[in-house]
Design a binder for this molecule. Structure first.
Ligand code: NAG
Ligand code: NAG
Ligand code: NAG
Ligand code: NAG
Ligand code: NAG
Ligand code: NAG
Ligand code: NAG
Length: 549
């Protein structure tokens, strides 16, 4: 017996140990009658094996499901270029971008006035009670240019803003249109449905000052409210409308000043809201609190800033400061502590502290006829692009926003009133800049017949002595913008072309073009003594530019 057992133990050492431990256990559990037929250790290892294979199979199954059965989320195919046309229409200097169909590609919103309502839409002016022609809002897919929605909104449009947050969810937004004559309409940006439409109460001869301003909720419905200023016979008046219903709050409030378009709503560092408006060679201002109290006769939730009030108190005409030359543009720009103000007058460009209104820097001897744009020349450092002069005397200047120093300048003749510039953020924390100019850079003599050809030039700060001529356009350009259609990729420009005169209908086109696709066919223009790089090497560097959101 012993021999056999030992022999067996030699042959099956583990089994023997199992048995021993089983015996031990058996001894320990002698009194308990819940002994099962399988030894617990074996059961445990079997469990382990089963668990191991089970988890292995689960893993493999998940890998299989993920890689073969569940399809990848469809990345919508984005066309590199698309174009849509409207015959016999006119268009407005307005473009807005927003992801309307939620495909994570920006879509394009624009306005046109159609003489014939049957072009692309089955809705006619008469459906909405307008006579033909009337103004339509259209939203087209940024991916392929297909029309998402379009609808008649007004007889004619005076002012439009497509970034008005909606009450319901705060995510989607509305387009608010000030129509001529006297209508105020909000359209859901996602569906094109009319949210509300009200008659406006502006005087018959009043001109609406741009832009539309949004003030924090005053009627307590949770949506920002709308502030519209009009000018009639050298008097500026303010109107406040509810952002969620379009109903007027209070009545007309006179500001007691004259002023021009180019309004800005500025919040001082003490949290007080002020309307800034260019008034001849001064900057005029009015507190939103004062205007609210004037239109409603009630106390308002807004604040006044003691410093600003004392500045305004010394002037009967509510002038904040005098500038050399007529004030043309006002811009809110990020400063070291809060928002600063960039003030562009007909003779100078001044950066003002957003609270004290003291100049941080002044660049004199410039004639800026176009609103500046911002971009990055040095990594992560804001630069401002201004155009000095117009027509054949135009010069592009890139200024350091912090100091006003000229970083780069280049003569770039253009047509008066040519399209604006644009900037695109690149992955190296700088920007690519797009400028429009006349085709022939070097010789701009008037010898050649005026074949009005605009050229789009691209510039990147890492190649400061090179401009790339991307494309020539001979159509009349109404609006232009460049942006990233998808996060971190797909930089493209959108061009709205149409008849120069709003009274002569013609071909209206909206075109999207991917910027990178234009680089291989572009013309390299060397501004200084060209570097050693060949033209192809320069194009390759522009092709390799990565864009970021
Ligand atoms: C408007 O459209 C109709 C048919 O759709 C056409 O017969 C007419 O000529 C068009 N009018 C204009 C001005 O294009
Ligand atoms: C025409 O408009 C109606 C709504 O007014 C819509 O239901 C219909 O689908 C539209 N048809 C086409 C072809 O766009
Ligand atoms: C355009 O893209 C949308 C999705 O973004 C798609 O629904 C539509 O069918 C496309 N149209 C064309 C003409 O490809
Ligand atoms: C508009 O201006 C014209 C003259 O420019 C004047 O005859 C007319 O009475 C004005 N209308 C209103 C409503 O003020
Ligand atoms: C502004 O002037 C009025 C009198 O013209 C005075 O009552 C008021 O206190 C002044 N406000 C400030 C902030 O200086
Ligand atoms: C702006 O242009 C004018 C006229 O061409 C020129 O005299 C002036 O120096 C320019 N300003 C700057 C800052 O370059
Ligand atoms: C623009 O047109 C000119 C001639 O009119 C041509 O030399 C140039 O290459 C064109 N540029 C581009 C980018 O096509």
């Amino acid at each position: 017996m012993m021999d056999n057992k030992d022999l067996e133990a030699e042959i099956h050492p583990l089994k023997n140990e199992d048995r021993k431990s089983q015996e031990n256990l058996g001894n320990r559990l002698k009194n308990e009658d819940n002994l099962k037929s399988t030894p617990p250790q074996t059961r445990l290892s079997r469990c382990r094996t089963v668990a191991f294979f089970l988890s292995l199979f689960t893993c493999l199954f998940v890998v299989f499901v993920v890689s073969f059965i569940i399809p990848c989320p469809d990345r919508p195919e984005s066309q590199r270029m698309w174009r849509i046309d409207y015959n016999a229409a006119v268009t407005y200097d307005f473009l807005a971008m927003e992801d309307i169909n939620r495909d994570r590609i920006q879509d394009v919103v624009f306005l046109y006035k159609n003489t014939n309502s049957t072009d692309n839409s089955n809705q006619s002016c008469a459906d909405e009670g307008f006579s033909s022609p009337c103004a339509f809002v259209a939203a087209v897919s940024g991916a392929n240019g297909s029309v998402l929605w379009e609808r008649p909104v007004a007889q004619d449009v005076a002012l439009v803003d497509c970034a008005v947050p909606r009450l319901s969810d705060g995510k989607s937004s509305a387009c608010v249109l000030v129509g001529r004559p006297s209508s105020l309409t909000a359209v859901d940006l996602l569906t094109g449905e009319t949210l509300w439409s009200q008659p406006s109460s502006f005087g018959g001869n009043a001109s609406v000052l741009s832009p539309l301003l949004q003030v924090p909720d005053v009627d307590g419905d949770g949506a920002p409210d709308l502030l519209i200023l009009t000018r009639e016979a050298t008097q500026v008046s303010g109107y406040i409308y509810s952002g969620s219903t379009g109903r007027q709050i209070g009545h007309r409030g006179s500001l007691g000043v004259d002023g021009d378009s180019g309004l800005l709503l500025h919040v001082t560092r003490t949290g007080a809201h002020y309307i800034l408006l260019p008034c001849a060679s001064s900057l005029c201002s009015f507190s939103v609190k004062g205007l609210y109290e004037r239109v409603t006769g009630r106390e308002s939730p807004f604040k006044r800033d003691p410093l600003w009030e004392s500045m305004l108190n010394t002037s009967a005409t509510r002038q904040l400061l005098h500038s050399s030359g007529a004030v043309r543009y006002l811009m809110s720009v990020p400063g070291k502590s809060g928002q600063d103000l960039l003030l562009v007058s007909s003779e100078a460009c001044v950066l003002l502290d957003g609270q004290e209104l003291t100049p941080r820097w002044t660049l004199g001897e410039v004639q800026v006829m176009r609103k500046p744009i911002l971009g990055h020349y040095k990594p992560d450092t804001l630069a401002v692009v201004i155009e000095n002069g117009t027509g054949t005397d135009r010069q592009i200047l890139l200024l350091d926003l912090g100091s006003g120093a000229v970083l780069w300048s280049q003569a770039l003749p253009s047509f008066p009133g040519g399209p604006p510039s644009a900037s695109l953020p690149t992955a190296d924390h700088r920007s690519a800049f797009l400028f429009w100019g006349l085709h022939e850079l070097a010789s701009t003599n008037e010898m050649e017949p005026r074949v009005a050809q605009h050229s789009l030039y691209m510039f990147h700060p890492t190649l400061p002595s090179v401009l790339l001529e991307l494309v020539n356009i001979s159509a009349h350009i109404i609006a232009f913008d460049a942006l990233l259609f998808e996060p971190s990729r797909h930089a493209a420009y959108v061009l709205l072309t149409g008849p120069a005169s709003p009274s002569v209908p013609g071909l209206v086109s909206v075109t999207k073009h991917k910027v990178r696709d234009l680089v291989p066919g572009s013309r390299v223009i060397r501004l200084g003594d060209g570097g050693p790089d060949s033209d192809q090497a320069i194009r390759d560097r522009f092709s390799r530019l990565r864009y970021r959101s």
